[in-house]
Design a protein around this ligand. Sequence first.
Ligand SMILES: Cc1cc2nc3c(=O)[nH]c(=O)nc-3n(C[C@H](O)[C@H](O)[C@H](O)COP(=O)(O)O)c2cc1C
Length: 168
Amino acid sequence: MSEPDLILDAETRQSYRAALGGFATGVAIITVLDGDHAVGLTVNSFTSVSLEPPLVLWCLGEQSDRGVYFRPAPNFVVNILSAEQQALADRCAKRGQYRFERDELDHVRAGRPALPGCLARLWCDTYDQVILGDHVAIIGRVRAFDSRPGDGLTYFQGRYGAAPRPAV
Ligand SMILES: Cc1cc2nc3c(=O)[nH]c(=O)nc-3n(C[C@H](O)[C@H](O)[C@H](O)COP(=O)(O)O)c2cc1C
């Protein structure tokens, strides 16, 4: 006999989220170009999917007001944040502060705007989008990347932290 569906009410939703919060992640900002500006969104759903070809994935909540920028975008950048960039993560998690002027951007490679000071940047073309429940998985094919050593910004049990760069 199969298990009954898990229905999340207000209380179990909270404990479910707390259970998922036990999975420590890094933090990234996804950026897309919008005319003269870029728009960013803080995410921790980013993951690498495939090396051949190089595919990565992140998930966009269907409720997000920023879907109007990210759903039709032919390309995007994954900006992986360093421990010093928590303020930037806060900014791109808030409504109304997620727009970047041109002079705040670093490389705009083929219409894909990157942020300065990150641990790594992945310049992607949108490869596929799959609706999964209340999120859309946005899959990107990586066209170019860069990286630098440093401490990583983490998210664990609802709080930011830092993953120190391993000693060599
Ligand atoms: C650490 C962290 C991780 C987040 N990860 C995601 C994510 O993976 N996908 C997503 O759609 N929103 C994520 N969010 C929420 C968005 O950053 C943003 O707060 C949300 O989309 C609400 O704003 P909007 O309606 O203007 O888009 C995350 C927020 C934080 C603080």
